[in-house]
Ligand binder design. Sequence first.
Ligand code: DX5
Ligand code: ZN
Length: 214
Amino acid sequence: MKKLIPSLLSADFWCLSEQLNVLLKHGLDTLHIDVMDGVFVPNISLGTPIVASLSQRSHFILDVHLMIEDPEKMVQAFKEAGAHIITVHWEASPHIHRTLQRIKEIGAMAGVSINPGTPVDVLRPVLHLVDLVLVMSVNPGFGGQEFLPEVLPKIEKLKEWQSSYQYVIEVDGGMNPQTAALAIQSGAQWIVAGSSVFRGNVEQNVVDLLKVLK
Ligand code: DX5
Ligand code: ZN
């Protein structure tokens, strides 16, 4: 099933609930929450308090993208805060296999992500463990960057392998109606979009993006 997943990083936190109500009105049921530690990526963003608040006050599925070093130390805290999906970067953990096992053990859906500079083949040994593969289509750390089309062949490969596994293919970074169409054509199912949802008229943006996902 195709899904549009707004990334909260670009939301207007002054009027967050208003913006979230627009998403609900259009049937969007999942939110992407970017967690950055200033070490794995050169930025600091959101953490467990916002996950806890959204989990207590809404029914959104919370898709937590950990852009942090040593993610294994934090997965339990995010699960307790209410995360449904926890995605860790292949590059951030020398023990990615154990980290993914741990996420499953604590009862969350497990995702693994790769940066634009990382070949997709490195994921082969862990694909049987994951519910989601997140292909970064920008270098992680900031919203509003331009889509890198060179990641499309990675999505195609994941699509090819998909029949032997259980994962969903998610793409994150620089998604707008044009680039989302390319990602979907290559085999992406879940489209994460930050600035193209929250900048300007949120309702119109959602309508435009949803047309591509139909
Ligand atoms: C980037 C984050 C993305 C970000 C996407 O490091 O992982 O989720 O919010 O923002 P846009 O859609 O503006 O590229
Ligand atoms: Zn993200």
